[in-house]
Design a protein around this ligand. Sequence first.
Ligand code: PGA
Length: 250
Amino acid sequence: MTTRRPLIAGNWKMNGLQESGAVELALLQQRVTATRPAAEVVICPPATLAANFAVQVRGSGIGIGGQDCHVKASGAHTGDISAEMLADAGASHVIVGHSERRADHGETDGLVRTKAEAAHRAGLTAIICVGETLEQRDAGRTIEIVSGQVAGSVPEAATPANTVIAYEPVWAIGTGRTPTEDDIAAVHAAIRRRLADWLSQGADFRILYGGSVKPSNAKEILALKDVDGALVGGASLKAADFWPIVEAAG
Ligand code: PGA
């Protein structure tokens, strides 16, 4: 097994304008360049900011990611953005299958898998999101649901170099609530088992936790076995909140 370098990815969602966004990115960049953190750092801004951000962070070690991509490289798909376009804008990563996309746009595991394949085709690392709803958790189905999403959403050709899994319980996103440490560890172990049983390099995939990660809980969560980083929403918008999370990764 190779060492899994932690990844701290910020998901800005539909937040951020050119000027204020560039200010926060510059603050983060100063910290990253000054200290060269142990964790890999990726910011996923809205698509409107990706190209400028990619230019801004050049040489700093910060990666830029998209928040979604279309399955096709180009064509008549009004409003969509392809993985190739994100790569052309300077992105290295793309989030696929975020629960907000699954809920708002009816994205299925099969579609998410095809999007991850599109990301790979364009040379991007896919951050594939999975996670149970509160109803599913209350029904005791968390492991079954998440394992099924992993099986359905991760392409068979995925490798630890081009794919990261993000476990994000839907009920923990933006709510300030998180599962217990034991619950997080149990789901991450189940995802690890699922990957290891199925893919030859299963032990080497990074599995991130996401859902209300903040400076006050990051250290405990990131210390858990099989937690290889975090996907951070709200707390990634301000460098002052995001940086302590990066530092907490070691
Ligand atoms: P949150 O969002 O950190 O605001 O809970 C996480 C996510 O949706 O990726």
